[in-house]
Design a protein around this ligand. Structure first.
Ligand code: AMP
Ligand code: MG
Length: 411
């Protein structure tokens, strides 16, 4: 048996970045920025008011007090969108609305609600106003010529807003992997079929495509590979012709006589490794290159194929897209009630549920029963994998356990 981390490293060593593409801003949310973006325009592009009120010169208000109020004539109104280029002379006020340009000469704002009195002709103040009060300065958010976003970040809705504000319409991003997915096995039928004896529905195709789409990959669902060497070879050749960035198969990689994927991958590929990984579930694995394309022969058991995806495929896809989140960020939670987990000779990735502690302490983790690699019901309710290292002492309720969130990449 080989350690999972070693296998993952060997897989990563074969992966090359896919390169970049330029896409419209509207499609860029959640993509990974490929190069830094700078702006010609400062943001805000001009000094403007943060409040509705009056724009003044602070010096005109310095003597204002409750006993000696200052009255200024209102000589104009500036609304948002107006040029605001008429100078404000000493001793004058202008009515102004949020987002409107501060006119030349104006240097502070008094909000309507802070005025002693006001009408369309005059405003009266009973206090001095500080210079710059309620003024949003040009370039306060972004200075002209500076980079607004650095390469590598995931483009959030706020980043979309920032890019829109500087007029960036075409965004350079890393290309997303196109991943072909084949199931294999003579027992598999379409999910809309009734089952004859011996048949099961091809659920792995759907779970893997769903996982890939959640990850942000582009899926190429492919036909089931029947359990014979020629069919597998032909099927994989047809898939290679589509020039995917990765190929995944499920099933057909255990030690059984009918498990031909291993053989065909060896025959067609380069550096194809047939593994016994010290991991449960997910012991069988085939990985290598088919026609230069990273290939992953995942186990057929439905829970095992999804766990192997998290361990081996996710990091590889991340490297292709230059994403920083390929390897699950480690977090910990406290195991709640349930059966103790005895020590084992393989790393285990149990399907669990973590939830916040109502008292604000460490997350709580539950491991439901039904952990077999062929069982999906528990997995369907899980939101994390619980990693129990090999040779660990019995892990029991109250212990701190490592968890891999299955929802992190949404952040
Ligand atoms: P195999 O590795 O091909 O022997 O498959 C292991 C187990 O996973 C068998 O019980 C298969 O019937 C099951 N299995 C394989 N492929 C799929 C699939 N696409 N959907 C659901 N179950 C599968
Ligand atoms: Mg099979």
């Amino acid at each position: 048996m080989i350690q999972p981390d070693e296998v993952r490293q060997q897989i990563l060593d074969r992966i090359k970045p896919l390169g970049t593409e330029t896409i419209p801003l509207e499609e860029a949310t959640h993509r990974f920025l490929a190069s830094s973006i700078s702006t010609r325009d400062p943001i805000p592009p001009f000094d403007n008011t943060a409040m509705d009120g009056f724009v003044l010169r602070a010096a005109d208000t310095s003597s204002a007090s409750e006993s000696t109020p200052v009255m200024l004539p209102v000589v104009a109104t500036i609304e948002a969108g107006m040029p605001g280029d008429t100078p404000l002379e000493s001793g004058q006020a202008m009515r102004i609305y949020t987002g409107a340009v501060i006119p030349p000469g104006g240097d502070c704002i008094i909000p309507f609600e802070k005025c002693l009195q006001y009408d369309s002709e005059k405003v009266t103040l009973d206090r001095p106003i500080g210079t710059g009060s309620h003024i949003r300065k040009m370039g306060e958010d972004v200075v002209a010529g500076e980079s607004v976003l650095e390469p590598g970040i995931r483009i959030s809705p706020a980043a979309i807003g920032l890019l829109a504000s500087i007029g960036a319409t075409e965004i350079p991003v890393h290309r997303r992997p196109r991943v072909a997915v084949h199931s294999s096995g003579n027992e598999l039928v379409e999910i809309n079929s009734d089952l004859n004896p011996g048949q099961i529905r091809n659920s792995n195709l759907y779970s893997l495509c769903a996982r890939l789409q959640r990850w942000g990959a582009i899926t190429l669902p492919r036909p089931v590979l029947l359990d014979n060497i020629d069919a597998i070879r032909d099927g994989l050749q047809e898939t290679l012709a589509l020039e995917p960035d990765a190929i995944i198969t499920t099933g057909g990689i255990s030690a059984g006589d009918l498990d031909y994927i291993r053989e065909v991958a060896r025959e067609m590929g380069d550096d194809v490794q047939i593994r016994k990984v010290a991991m449960k579930p997910g012991k069988p694995l085939v990985d290598g290159l088919l026609g230069g394309v990273p290939f992953f022969g995942l186990p057929g058991n439905p829970a095992a194929c999804l766990v192997s995806f998290e361990m081996f495929v996710r990091p590889a896809l991340a490297r292709m897209e230059q994403r920083p989140d390929g390897i699950h960020p480690v977090r910990y939670g406290i195991l709640q009630t349930g059966d103790p987990v005895p020590p084992g000779d393989r790393m285990r990735l149990l399907r669990g549920r973590f939830s916040p502690d109502p008292e604000g302490g460490a997350d709580r983790v539950e491991i439901p029963s039904g952990q077999g690699s062929h069982l999906l019901s528990g997995f369907a309710r899980a939101n994390c994998l619980v990693k129990i290292p090999a040779q660990e002492q019995t892990v029991k309720p109250g212990d701190l356990v490592e968890i891999w969130s299955l929802t992190d990449e949404e952040a």
